[in-house]
Design a protein around this ligand. Structure first.
Ligand code: ADP
Length: 535
């Protein structure tokens, strides 16, 4: 009597716990010390289509795999993980299992934890597995991945479109700039020269915008090229002042240039630094109605190999309120949006400035007071160049190379855009070169092989034969026929690194960026001197 009531109590307790386990969420199962099934909750039984736990008891993983049509790989993976827990006595938690099918063929993803079952002597006698169905999360994840891929494709298409469009606009624009610069120097009346100057400034501004768009796009692609130019800071600053002078005068402002007398020649990316300062100076002019704009360059420290340079751009304009000072460097942020129509702009200038300053290893700070003015200060540590008399001034370049009446040598220019071709030919003819022009690739190759030139300038995108192909063929022919080395320069609106690399690889001596101006002659001359070719 006593025993039977004890049995009943045990049976009740077992039934109680079995009913708890049966209803437990997730898939719960337990195996013996050889990884054979001992029991499982309702979810596990449903998965195999069993009515009672007895049907599940004693099954091996191979048998379970047969029932639900699992691959051998899946069976082995389940078995391996369970045996590992049995052998090591260590739990394996939150393992993402390979997806499996249930007996109806539905694909399920599980996140599984397995823990050892221990007897009273701490001996491992089995393993408990709890698997959580994560199929829905997986689907979401997959959808997110797909959406991300789609967005990336769309983003790439957008970027390519912007890059192509900017490039296609640049080519005719560079022609306009070259022609306008010709009109500035060769115009027969003051008015003609003035018109030339205005066309030149407007086109330069447009080119600047296109370059900025290209730069933003390139920055998104993480394309970052840094040139190493030798820069004479004093001449550089004077050049910037000359560039800004027309707009400063037009607005009735004063330009104040303060230069430290000890400014050294330094190495940096001239174009980037110029763009940084011009952007800040243009803003200074734009946001100032009266008073002055200042450019101040100071050598804070000069050591043997490097110098710490501070560049300050100041204005007496509208200023920026304190709460906006951080935001002005954000992409497309403007304190006065265009619908207020007072100040034009795109809100990308300072974003690019900040990026470029960082790229050149510098720092930028801004202080400002409403209605008093702003001060943007830059700090860079530049490597110093000794014994260099930089001749970046285009007037020097001009007076050196223009020797009227003297023929500087025969050059070939290949360019399919007639406007650009006309402008380049004019510049070179004015500088005393005997210029042969062609508009197609095959004609360029023919001319190179049949006439003699001191150097050649080839556009990359010629219609019939790409500039890089011409040079590849020409270099082979030149070597085979033991010809003197001919320096060849490429002229391109493409500023992407892979294109510049390709040009160098096929045998171009230097890549010149459109628009071609008299200043490019400086670079050509330098390279010719390196190759012992003089004109
Ligand atoms: P934007 O093309 O609009 O000038 P920027 O990125 O160069 O774009 O500048 C962002 C905003 O910062 C400007 O729209 C203007 O509100 C503010 N800002 C920039 N420079 C100055 C300045 N010197 N004085 C006052 N506000 C300025």
């Amino acid at each position: 009597m006593k025993n039977s009531s004890l049995d009943q109590s045990v049976r009740q307790t077992v039934a109680y716990y079995e009913s708890i386990i049966a209803k437990m969420p997730g898939h719960v199962y337990w195996l013996d010390e050889h990884a054979f099934a001992l029991g499982g909750n309702e979810n596990v039984l449903n998965m195999f289509g069993f009515k009672s736990v007895d049907e599940f008891k004693g099954l091996s993983f191979e048998k379970m795999g047969e029932i639900c049509n699992w691959s051998l790989e899946t069976v082995n993976s389940f078995k391996k993980d369970s045996l590992e827990v049995l052998h090591t006595g260590q739990a394996k938690l939150n393992i993402e299992e390979p997806p499996i099918t249930n007996c109806q063929g539905k694909l399920i993803f599980f996140l599984t934890s397995r823990v050892p079952i221990l007897d009273i002597n701490n001996k491992v006698i089995g393993v408990i597995g709890i698997s959580i169905d994560i199929t829905e999360q997986k689907k979401l994840e997959e959808n997110l991945k797909l959406a991300k891929i789609k967005t990336e494709i769309a983003d790439k298409a957008k970027t390519e479109f912007i890059m192509n469009m900017s490039h296609d606009l640049r080519t005719p624009l560079t022609g306009i700039i070259s022609l306008a610069s010709l009109q500035v120097t060769n115009g027969t009346s003051v008015q003609e020269r003035q018109y030339g100057q205005w066309i030149y400034s407007a086109a330069e501004q447009l080119l600047e915008l296109l370059n900025s768009v290209l730069e933003v796009t390139a920055a998104e692609y993480h394309i970052e090229l840094i040139a190493k130019d030798t820069l004479h800071l004093q001449q550089f600053a004077e050049e910037l002042q000359a560039l800004m002078q027309p707009v400063v005068v037009a607005k009735g402002l004063e330009f104040q240039l303060k230069l430290d007398s000890r400014l050294p020649s330094v190495i940096t990316d001239q174009i980037k630094l110029k763009r940084i300062i011009l952007n800040l100076l243009s803003n200074a002019v734009k946001f100032t109605k009266q008073g002055k704009i200042g450019l101040e360059i100071t050598a804070l420290m000069i050591k043997k190999d490097e110098a710490k340079i501070e560049i300050r751009i100041t204005d007496t304009g509208i200023g920026i309120t304190k709460d906006k000072l951080d935001k002005i460097f954000d992409r497309f942020y403007r304190v006065h949006p265009s619908y207020q129509a007072e100040y034009s702009g795109y809100g990308i200038g300072l974003f690019l400035v900040k990026k470029a300053v960082k790229l050149l290893g510098g720092k930028i700070k801004v202080t400002s007071e409403t209605d008093k003015g702003s001060c943007f200060s830059l700090e860079f540590i530049f490597p110093v160049v000794h014994n260099v008399i930089a001749k970046v001034n285009s007037e020097i370049a001009h007076s050196e190379s223009v020797q009227l009446g003297k023929v500087n040598g025969a050059v070939l220019v290949a360019e399919d855009n007639t406007l650009v071709l006309f402008a380049v030919k004019n510049i070179l003819t004015n500088l005393g070169f005997d210029v042969t022009t062609v508009t197609e690739g095959k004609a360029a190759l023919h001319a190179l092989q049949n006439k003699s030139f001191v150097w050649a300038l080839l556009d990359i995108g010629l219609p019939d034969l790409d500039g890089t192909e011409i040079v590849r063929c020409y270099r082979q022919w030149e070597q085979k026929n033991n010809k003197y080395y001919l320096p060849i320069f490429s002229l391109t609106a493409h500023i992407e690194k892979d294109i510049i690399d390709k040009c160098k690889e096929v045998g171009f001596d230097y890549v010149l960026k459109k628009p071609f101006t008299e200043k490019d002659i400086q670079m050509i001359k330098k390279i010719l001197e390196e190759k012992n070719v003089f004109f």
